[in-house]
Write a protein that binds this ligand. Structure first.
Ligand code: GDP
Length: 428
């Protein structure tokens, strides 16, 4: 996707997350100089296969698997340092060269042990179905201006003041939720004095480094976590994550100007999945939903939770295309539909007798939405070995043409399996 005019590319999930962004980023990273995470934290879980070797990355950008590519964790990410070190150690054990290639924004906020305690104890977190990794409480502290940033590790006095405020607030929350747990200033400071010497060598003014890279016409790939429908502003609020997952968040979360973003690739599964609670109009609560879950191995990479499965939702895709300004689509997991005799694509929602074609902000409308479907024949052949558009069965092409039409965005990639080589570049 990179060429002389596209130097900065954003890859975003255009559904509710788990679309297979990790694989696309891995494939595209080959052409990139930098791969950057811009929001979310250890709640993201990208799975990348190189040959038969499976690597699950939570915080380190997937570009790390490509020698020579520089990887950055932007200011918009909330960083779990202990988890980051575990991930780095695993990569090093696999022979991946991490040293000197991974940079962490000195403005990124740190997920503290007390954020995890609060997340685990909060009934609100349970109702939304969060991953319980302290992400939400960390973003709350960021907005409430008591967050701890990586650069605060350089200033012990300021660090202590911030930790005192954070611990005080966390303990109020723990008392309110009826938890017996309590956070401690001394224990938190001990944790941070352990973290500092390992994290500070990675700390960098990432926004500056990336802006310089943009000026030098380097190829930048900005990697979104979760999906557009989980965006705190544009998603199915309140069943959303705490950050801007969409392309706007890429600029603020990486520290590069919005005018430097040239293209946006939206990743969608050939069907729909969602983890946790909240509306999902095309959900299949029956045996077919179970079958898609089984074939697609739809269980969370981070939590192991079963994902809710359903038909492709064209209303969602078109909405994501608009909010993100998508310039192309990557359709993943087409192979999962190989055995189904008949496939449906949602074209609109019937709500109280009215046909809705635009995704509504009001969850009440979504809960009453009756999806309207186009029904297409399945192809009932394996697509796993397709490497060019013309290798695909006619019915699969027809399905993808309709998906493209409903999304209003041209398909550039079709993924037909977990491996790196199982991908079709429609333009190749
Ligand atoms: P991400 O967070 O968007 O990167 O998505 P995840 O990694 O959580 O989930 C995607 C899962 O689907 C991973 O296990 C991938 O290996 C797998 N996957 C990606 N593309 C394909 C595909 O085309 N076919 C199949 N069968 N699996 C795929």
């Amino acid at each position: 996707m990179f060429d002389s005019s596209v130097r900065t590319l954003v890859v975003v999930g255009a559904q509710w997350g788990d679309e297979g962004k990790g694989k696309l980023v891995d494939v595209l990273a080959e052409q990139a100089d930098w791969v950057v995470r811009y929001q979310g934290g250890a709640n993201a879980g990208h799975t990348v296969y190189v040959g038969e070797q499976k690597t699950v990355l939570h915080q380190v950008p997937s570009g790390i698997l490509h020698p020579g590519v520089r990887c950055a964790i932007g200011n918009g990410v909330v960083l779990d340092p202990a988890q980051l070190f575990v991930e780095i150690e695993k990569l090093v054990a696999q022979g991946v060269d991490v040293v000197g290639r991974l940079y962490v924004s000195d403005r990124a906020h740190l997920v503290m042990p007390y954020h995890k305690q609060v997340d685990g104890a909060s009934s609100a977190s349970k109702a939304i179905g969060t991953t319980g990794r302290g992400i939400g409480p960390c973003y709350v502290d960021k907005v409430a201006r008591r967050g701890v940033r990586v650069l605060d590790l350089r200033n012990p006095a300021r660090l202590r003041t911030l930790v005192e405020a954070g611990v005080g607030h966390a303990n109020e929350q723990l008392v309110t939720s009826g938890s017996a747990l309590r956070a401690s200033v001394d224990e938190t400071m001990a944790f941070l004095s352990d973290v500092a010497p390992r994290l500070l060598p990675l700390a960098e003014d990432v926004g500056l480094a990336l802006s310089n890279a943009v000026k030098a016409r380097a190829a930048l790939l900005l990697e979104g976590a979760q999906g557009s429908l989980l965006d705190v502003d544009h998603g199915t609020y309140p069943f959303v994550t705490s950050s801007n997952t969409t392309v706007g968040g890429a600029a603020t979360g990486a520290g590069v100007p919005p005018t430097a973003l040239h293209a946006a690739l939206g990743v969608v599964k050939a069907y729909t999945t969602r983890v946790g609670n909240g509306p999902m109009p095309t959900e299949l609560g029956d045996a077919l939903g179970e079958e898609i879950r089984r074939i697609g191995n739809e269980f969370g990479a981070t939590t192991g939770r079963p994902r809710r499965c359903g038909w492709f939702d064209g209303v969602v895709a078109r909405y994501a295309a608009r909010v993100n300004g998508l310039t192309a689509l990557a359709v993943t997991k087409l192979d999962v539909l190989d055995t189904l005799p008949e496939l449906k694509l949602c074209t609109g929602y019937l709500v109280d007798g009215e046909l809705l074609r635009e995704f509504p902000g009001d969850l009440g409308l979504l809960e009453r939405a009756v999806p309207q479907y186009d029904v297409l024949p399945g192809w009932r052949k394996s697509t796993a070995d397709a490497r060019r558009w013309d290798d695909l069965p006619g019915e699969a092409k027809r399905y993808l043409y309709r998906l493209e039409e409903l999304s209003g965005t041209p398909i550039r990639y079709v993924s037909v399996g977990t491996r790196r080589d199982q991908i079709i570049d429609v333009k190749a």
